[in-house]
Design a protein around this ligand. Structure first.
Ligand code: TXA
Ligand code: MG
Length: 309
């Protein structure tokens, strides 16, 4: 059900869920300081309670209501924008939001409608991506409704301009750690945080709750191109052109000019169409791991992990 920003703020104030557009992906929002409302997020998504939520604030000032630490100005300069900071939490932030962690993840999203809703509400909202747990993140209102149901109130902000989730940087230990590559390229962050480390398979699990190997997954089996074609009818997800050795039943080209920001913008919708096309499997072309390519490859690697493996 599509609602206006005023209706959305009123629903949130009453403890209801609303899907909000952000520049990255749509979020499933509830009042951050209302546990009865936040519980509904976990239920609607089928999300385990051990996976903490990102708190969204309308301004850096508003973000200070959840952070017990100083928010470094050279990082809040990225706000509003696709950067999430993990910092020590204030006591008012409940264990439900942070999954019992002493830290909270917070960001100011860069979407006029989300900012309008939060400004009218007058307090932050907790909002994970508005998809069923482990599945593709939605970048359009229709994609939200397909996963979470047409009865969910959605603010229609059109297609998301970034298309992959925010970059998550933990400031809760030294050196700062990228928990998830995303909309702000790591190269850009390194200009202000030269010591920044990117989490890998060796990162202790306790530093990064919710970094699950399998995530962002279409229903169709997905693997990277190894130079061979599958025996069954298959789909291809290519960066700029379908590789010559493949003849797919359904092809998705993310950016004809090979632009990684354009590719990120189209990633989740392309995967959704491939899933809907009925192909037996999806062959994916690797993209260069620079700029937004790092976030794209992170999502594709997690999409390629089978639940049973
Ligand atoms: O772009 C985005 O970040 C989108 C939009 C809606 O803002 N949100 C999003 O939320 O991607 P979600 O829940 O799908 O992913 C948030 C991830 C969690 O899985 C968890 O790994 C991490 O953020 N996170 C949240 N709180 C944390 C904390 N206190 N410490 C470490 N990681 C945390
Ligand atoms: Mg998510």
């Amino acid at each position: 059900m599509r609602v206006s920003t005023d209706e959305a703020a009123d629903l949130l104030a009453r403890g209801e869920l609303v899907a909000l557009p952000t520049e990255t992906v749509y979020g499933l929002a509830a009042r951050a300081f209302d546990d009865a409302a936040v519980v509904k997020i976990f239920e609607r998504k089928g999300r385990p309670r051990f996976d903490p939520l990102i708190v969204h604030a309308s301004s850096t000032e508003a973000a200070k209501t959840v952070s017990a630490a100083l928010l470094p100005p050279d990082l809040t300069a990225f706000w509003p924008g696709p950067l999430t900071l993990v910092v020590p939490k204030r006591p008012a932030v409940s264990d439900l939001v942070t999954a019992g962690e002493p830290t909270v993840a917070v960001r100011v999203p860069n979407h006029p409608l989300a900012l309008q809703v939060m400004a009218r509400l007058g307090e932050p909202v907790a909002a994970p991506s508005a998809n069923r747990f482990g599945r593709l993140s939605p970048t359009t209102p229709a994609a939200v409704e397909a996963q979470l149901g047409k009865d969910l109130p959605v603010v229609d902000g059109g297609p998301c301009s970034v298309g992959v989730e925010s970059t998550i940087v933990s400031l809760a230990q030294e050196p700062p750690l990228v928990l998830r590559p995303g909309g702000v390229p790591v190269e850009e962050l390194r200009r202000t945080l030269p010591a920044l480390v990117v989490a890998g398979p060796d990162t202790p699990a306790r530093l990064s709750p919710g970094r699950l190997p399998q995530h962002y997954a279409p229903r169709t089996r997905l693997r990277f191109d190894d130079g061979t074609a599958p025996p069954e009818p298959y789909g291809v997800l290519a960066l700029s052109a379908v590789p010559a050795h493949l003849s797919p039943a359904h092809a998705e080209v993310l950016s004809p000019s090979g632009d990684l920001a354009e590719a990120a913008r189209h990633l989740f919708e392309a995967l959704r169409r491939l899933d809907a096309s009925g192909v037996g499997s999806i062959v994916v072309e690797r993209v260069p791991e620079i700029g937004l390519g790092r976030a794209i490859m992170d999502r594709l690697r997690r999409a390629a992990v089978r639940p049973e493996s």
